[in-house]
Design a protein around this ligand. Structure first.
Ligand code: PMP
Length: 425
């Protein structure tokens, strides 16, 4: 039909333009035209409940963010070499959310740039060259950061200076995840030493998002952080996914674990869709790094980004979105656990706030992760008007990540759609 033909035309245009770098969701990709709150509307008029989007975190097209960006863009936007009050207003507000020790914040345009800078600082400060990450981690797309992103590799193996350890899953480490994960860091330090590298940093996403979402028990990270410190490396908290209130119980993933990071990187939800990211550091670390090359970013920390970021922080506060993430997220996890009791192919539900992972297993042996079934569920849910993605080493974990303004009613719609998808044969 006409809609199908138009959709095929759009797909081939995209493939012509982006070639092999094209990344489209679904075999039959959706052309989106508008969005509001937790909902997206496609070109054919169908509406989708968005459960796979950590960017418009305070809700799609939030009027307060649009207003702030429009107002600042109409007045002034420029490179970052001038004094513009909104930039420091934003940095003051952001720093109020961070540990006092991390008193310098460098703004960038992407999480990749933030991690790239953090890695360079870690090398300078520690004198080491090695990095320890998790098996299915993703930290970004620059040359340096791709090397520590095992999930980005299709064929090649990790370079010599990078050791990947299993994600903090009870299936791997048993009941004492804290000790098991710390021991894995210790073993990775040894492996690096055998290859002639001292560790620069342990770099982990505090919610282990692309590894499949591993949050519990809160606090398990401390032992691993102590271990990397004893070995002379830094702990970089990648907050690109967990940051800005999504975990409900804490504003940041490292706070959820009660640990002190040496460097923090953030991005994604920071500007609710306006591209912006940042790296926070102790002043002396940044100073040491800047002795060598300094750091300049044309667009990072521009006035419009600052206005967007400030609006996001205000909306989070005014609408109590972190509390909503906690309450609605807790309720949603309960519903999903109930669903797990009825459906043997759901083998685990875990997470914090509105960041939840749901493991799916094979029909005959549910302990075996089932990526094919996971794709089936994802497609059935799309047909039912719900957007959801997969994560994890086996790509058999549903990654539940809706905007933080999610209502009970919308959460219920998600549960109903998942229940129906699991019941279809
Ligand atoms: N860190 C993590 C944990 C991420 O999930 C991502 C993006 N998926 C990045 C870093 C990179 O951020 P960006 O795409 O903004 O460069």
């Amino acid at each position: 039909d006409a809609t199908q033909a138009s959709s095929n035309h759009q797909v081939s245009r995209r493939l012509n333009n982006l070639g092999a770098a094209s990344v489209l969701f679904y075999r039959q990709p959706i052309e989106m035209v508008t969005a509001q709150g937790c909902w997206m509307t496609a070109a054919d008029g169908s509406r989708y409940l968005d459960f796979y989007n950590n960017v418009p975190s305070v809700g799609h097209c939030h009027p307060k963010v649009i207003e702030a960006v429009t107002e600042q863009m109409s007045r002034l936007n420029t490179n970052t070499r001038y004094l513009v009050a909104v930039v420091d207003d934003y940095l003051d507000a952001l720093k109020a959310k961070l540990p006092d020790a991390l008193a310098n914040v460098v703004m960038t345009c992407s999480g990749s740039e933030a991690n790239d800078l953090a890695m360079r600082i870690a090398r300078k400060v520690s004198g080491g060259t090695g990095f320890i990450v998790t098996e299915a981690a993703y930290h970004g797309n620059t040359a340096l950061v791709t090397e520590v992103s095992p999930s980005a590799f299709r064929h090649a193996s990790l370079p010599d200076h990078v050791v990947a350890i299993p994600a903090p899953s009870a299936l791997v480490y048993g009941n004492d995840i804290a000790t098991g994960f710390a021991n894995a860091v210790r073993a990775a330090v040894k492996t690096l030493a055998q290859r002639g590298h001292r560790p620069a940093a342990l770099l982990v996403d505090s919610i282990f998002s692309s590894d499949g979402v591993f949050a519990q028990p809160a606090g398990f990270l401390q032992a691993a952080v102590d271990t990397i410190h004893q070995a002379g490396g830094l702990y970089i908290a990648d907050e690109v996914q967990p940051g800005f209130g999504r975990l409900g119980d804490a504003f940041w993933g490292f706070d959820y674990h009660g640990v002190q990071p040496d460097l923090v990187t953030m991005g994604k939800p920071m500007g609710n869709g306006f591209p912006m990211a940042a790296m926070a550091s102790r002043p002396e670390y940044l100073a040491a790094f800047c002795e060598d090359t300094g750091y300049f970013n044309t667009f990072g920390g521009n006035p419009v980004a600052a206005a967007a970021g400030l609006a996001v922080l205000k909306v989070l506060e005014q609408q109590g979105l972190q509390h909503n993430a906690r309450d609605t997220g807790y309720w949603l996890q309960q519903q999903l656990n109930q669903l797990a009791a009825e459906h043997h192919r759901i083998t685990d539900v875990r997470g914090s706030g509105l960041f939840i992972g749901v493991d799916l297993g094979a029909e005959d042996d549910p302990t075996r992760p089932d990526p094919v079934y996971t794709v089936q569920i994802i497609n059935r849910m799309r047909d039912a008007g719900v957007l959801i993605g997969a994560a994890g080493k086996h790509a058999a974990t549903l990654k539940v990540r809706p905007p933080l303004c999610l209502t009970r009613n919308e959460a219920q719609q998600f549960v109903d759609a998942l229940s129906a998808a699991l019941t279809t044969d």
